[in-house]
Unconditional design. Structure first.
Length: 472
């Protein structure tokens, strides 16, 4: 699909459907790298319609797509920068990808875009083909997006692209010397390059009653379907954890007209990542929509529909969703002897301590040039970008991964965009008004900018991302 011709306008839906990615655009969503067929060097980000009359545009490296009366045209075209290396430099015969989440799928898709003609085997322990995981806690769970929005590509994509996608497949071990993966079925697969993109597992509460059928975690499509089934006819829900996932789930369940209680250890939601002022705003926003918070507390046991709190209280709930974080799936990497440092240690090219074995996504800890630290980030867009970089490097391109981390979180009609990585800071500079939902927050340490969070300041957020990546 070409959008370079102003005489050929297309709608948001046209772009999204044609590129195989279904998103709900009722509020701002970043499209940075979600469309993998366009890729990082072309689509940079999305500034979406926020329902309040603000402008909507998709900024690309070749121009800006701007809608007119619901249509999009290309403006301000400029020459597309050509990559210094493209295509296959080294030609491995078979590449095996363990994991079919954001990183695994992005890698497989990028290998074909780079004209790799060898064998690609993608191994997934899930029952469904790769889906748009962020949508599971947002629009799909809220009931505002149909399930056919979720697949990253139609089912026939994998056959047409000659990607051997194997679902319900468990890898039990990796022999790095023999260059083989061993499956639970005892089948062995040889590889010339291997990508570990095993993702993460949701943390489950180690308390009595956490294994009951109405107590859920949210990671997979199957998890989301189970929550939706439990929510049918439910009057009250309990969300354990005031994290991004927990509060997105809370917002989605409120959209289903279910009473929602949130229990969290923190004194302010998301304060550890966004700071106190944004934390207070997020709490107020959810309270405006009817969410009831129980902060500084935790659940100690679940007996039927009665959840006991550490503070001594009891909450009754028809459905419970636990959103208290995830743990990277490191067992395979540890077992085969890869270097581990609170994740799989990789170099700037995303290669592990063993030659020709790469890691990407939630498990990878890489040298981040922006923070100057080795970091591991559990964000969808980061995983996609790493999958793409790992694919190019498995073909010998030697591309440094230097993308600034990015994520977005949706809370009712309010999107929060975050660029960079700041585990700690000594200053938060606020431009605008957080309570008025029009702000840009800069997180600094020693005067150095580490990260930016924003609400309806999408152009500034995008500029910050490009600045961090040295493309402005």
């Amino acid at each position: 699909m070409s959008v370079a011709d102003e005489a050929a306008p297309v709608t948001f839906t046209d772009i999204v459907r044609l590129e195989g990615v279904q998103k709900y655009f009722g509020a701002v969503h970043a499209l940075r790298n979600i469309d993998l067929r366009i890729g990082r060097n072309e689509i940079v980000g999305l500034i979406g319609d926020n329902g309040a009359g603000k402008s909507t545009l998709i900024k690309t490296m070749t121009g800006v797509l701007k809608p007119t009366a619901g249509r999009i045209f290309v403006r301000d075209k400029r020459e597309q920068p050509k990559p210094s290396v493209k295509g296959v430099v080294e030609a491995p015969g078979r590449i095996v990808i363990v994991g079919a989440g954001a990183a695994g799928f992005a890698a497989a898709e990028m290998l074909r875009r780079q004209d790799f003609s060898g064998s690609i085997v993608m191994l997934s322990n899930e029952a469904a083909p790769p889906v748009d995981r962020p949508n599971l806690s947002k629009d799909y769970l809220a009931g505002s997006a149909p399930e056919d929005w979720l697949p990253l590509r139609p089912d026939d994509f994998y056959k047409e692209a000659a990607i051997d996608l194997r679902l319900n497949t468990e890898v039990v071990s990796i022999d790095t010397k023999a260059r083989q993966v061993v499956l639970a079925s005892r089948e062995t697969l040889a590889w010339d390059r291997l990508l570990l993109a095993t993702g993460a597992d949701p943390v489950r509460l180690p308390i009595p009653g956490a294994d009951q059928p109405h107590v859920h975690v949210l990671r997979s499509l199957a998890d989301c379907r189970a929550i939706i089934a439990s929510a049918a006819g439910a009057r009250r829900a309990l969300v354990v954890g005031a994290s991004f996932i927990g509060l997105e789930v809370a917002a989605s369940l409120r959209a289903r007209d279910i009473e929602v209680h949130v229990v969290g250890l923190e004194q302010r939601p998301m304060e550890r990542v966004l700071g106190p002022e944004m934390g207070d705003f997020v709490r107020s926003l959810h309270e405006e929509h009817g969410v009831i918070f129980h902060l500084g507390d935790t659940v100690t046991a679940i007996d039927g529909k009665r959840a006991a709190l550490k503070s001594g209280g009891v909450l009754e709930a028809d459905v419970v969703v636990v959103g208290v974080g995830v743990r990277p799936r490191l067992a395979l990497a540890e077992k085969c002897g890869l270097a581990i440092d609170r994740g799989v240690s990789v170099n700037a090219y995303l290669e592990t301590s063993v030659a020709d074995v790469f890691a990407a996504g939630d498990i990878a800890r890489w040298p981040d040039p922006h923070s100057g630290e080795n970091i591991r980030v559990e964000h969808w867009v980061v995983a996609q970008r790493q999958g793409q970089t790992a694919a190019r490097n498995m073909l010998g391109q030697r591309e440094i991964f230097d993308a600034a981390p990015f994520f977005w979180s949706q809370h009712y009609d309010v999107p929060i965009n975050y660029v960079g990585h700041a585990e700690k800071w000594d200053e938060i500079a606020v431009d605008g008004n957080v309570a008025a939902r029009d702000c840009l927050l800069r997180y600094k340490s020693g005067g150095r900018l580490l990260a930016v969070a924003s609400i309806y300041r999408d152009a500034a957020s995008l500029e910050a991302e490009l600045s961090m990546e040295g493309t402005t």
